[in-house]
Design a protein around this ligand. Structure first.
Ligand SMILES: Nc1nc2c(ncn2[C@@H]2O[C@H](COP(=O)(O)OP(=O)(O)OP(=O)(O)O)[C@@H](O)[C@H]2O)c(=O)[nH]1
Ligand SMILES: [Zn+2]
Length: 355
């Protein structure tokens, strides 16, 4: 017979956690599989069940990042009426992945808790962006996770191009594992799957459209529906709109982040992007819809900046935008930089008109 401990292990429970919770009966511990507004989907290794957070916990943990999120281990009371468990405590997080959100005060938003490895997914085709990658890596390190870089869509570029992207990453001093796959041809997929460790939790992050869902479908053997059936909650899962933790056949755990926006996007950055879009409007269309205005051919923004002779200044600001210190500036400082950037763009536009 499998013990409760072994059951928990299938969800990533380790003896390290065990020490944290000596006072608690194992029966009362569960992992957060998904969060839907006020309702949590939990799993204890034997079954999935619904839960809500106790009023007392919410009262004492008012910040949004303190609310249980996908990957968390929680203590709960079962056997309540209508089968809804009550979460009374969230265990200390071994690792966290979070972004700082825009707002009056800087809110920290949880993306996932207790992930061992964060898989940063970028496409070798157009989406690849070193600065964004570095920003992800900083956040991963901050949260105590290990990174793994996964480059997708190798079928759309030449082998030389793939090698060049890998080279660019290495040149930047990034030493973490890099894997390349094509969801279309299946190239590299087996190698990737083979190195996923049972009991380890992998969280996938990356821009929309880089192929996260395609990969998740593959990892789950496209058994999304049957996976859902296991949960016994009777919910359909046709659209990927929430973060969810899955157990793969080989015992690895994955958290997908469907439709996720860039998690380096901060208030000031959002502001920069907004003003930046004004320049985009004024400058016309770039050849590529997802142009990053770094060095793509047919970039209208670059052309406009070049014409105005302010390319260098612009790059400086973009660099600033990407610097991690920037993430740590307080709100007022960021607002100031934001205003400076607004002024700068105004000048660019004025110069463009003069010519
Ligand atoms: N050529 C090629 N196309 C791919 C590959 N992976 C995904 N795609 C296509 O790219 C598009 C986006 O793929 P998704 O898997 O939905 O991307 P995603 O990252 O999950 O996007 P969100 O769900 O919005 O976060 C789809 O049309 C896929 O068929 C790949 O390796 N090669
Ligand atoms: Zn462009």
């Amino acid at each position: 017979m499998t013990s409760v401990f072994q059951q928990r292990q299938t969800l990533g429970w380790t003896s390290g956690y065990q020490q944290l919770t000596q006072q608690t009966e194992l029966e009362n511990i569960a992992r957060v599989i998904a969060v839907d507004r006020d309702s949590l989907l939990l799993a204890d290794g034997a079954e999935h069940f619904r839960a809500r957070v106790s009023g007392s916990y919410r009262y004492h943990h008012a910040h949004s990042h303190e609310a249980p999120c996908v990957g968390d281990w929680v203590i709960c009371e079962r056997g309540q009426h209508d089968g809804i468990a009550l979460v009374t405590e969230c265990l200390p997080r071994r690792t966290h992945l979070q972004r700082k959100a825009a707002g009056e005060a800087i809110e920290v938003q949880m993306i996932a808790a207790n992930a061992d490895i964060v898989v940063v997914v970028q496409s070798c085709h157009l989406d690849f962006n070193l600065h964004r990658l570095e920003r992800y890596l900083v956040m991963i390190a901050e949260g105590g996770c290990e990174p793994l870089i996964l480059l997708t869509k190798t079928d759309l570029v030449s082998a030389d191009d793939v090698a060049q992207v890998v080279d660019t990453i290495r040149q930047a001093g990034i030493r973490c594992p890099i894997q390349t796959i094509s969801n279309l041809t299946g190239d590299g997929l087996n190698d990737f799957v083979a190195q996923l460790l049972p009991g380890s939790t992998y969280c996938f992050v990356g821009s929309s459209g880089v192929g996260k869902s395609s990969l998740t479908n593959h990892l789950l053997g496209r058994s999304m529906q049957s996976t859902q059936d296991v949960s016994g909650t009777g919910e359909g899962r046709h659209t990927t709109v929430r973060r969810e933790l899955f157990v793969l056949d080989n015992g690895a755990l994955i958290i997908d982040n469907p439709g996720m926006r860039e998690f380096g996007l901060l208030g000031a950055e959002a502001g920069l992007e907004q003003r930046f879009s004004e320049v985009l409007d004024g400058a016309g269309e770039c050849r590529f819809r997802d142009c990053t205005h770094n060095n793509e051919p047919g970039c209208a923004v670059r052309a406009a900046l070049q014409q105005a002779g302010t390319e260098e200044q612009f790059d400086h600001y973009r660099k600033l935008q990407n610097e991690t210190d920037f993430n740590d500036l307080n709100y007022a400082q960021r607002r100031q930089k934001d205003r400076d950037f607004g002024r700068f763009l105004k000048d660019v536009k004025k110069n463009m008109r003069k010519k």
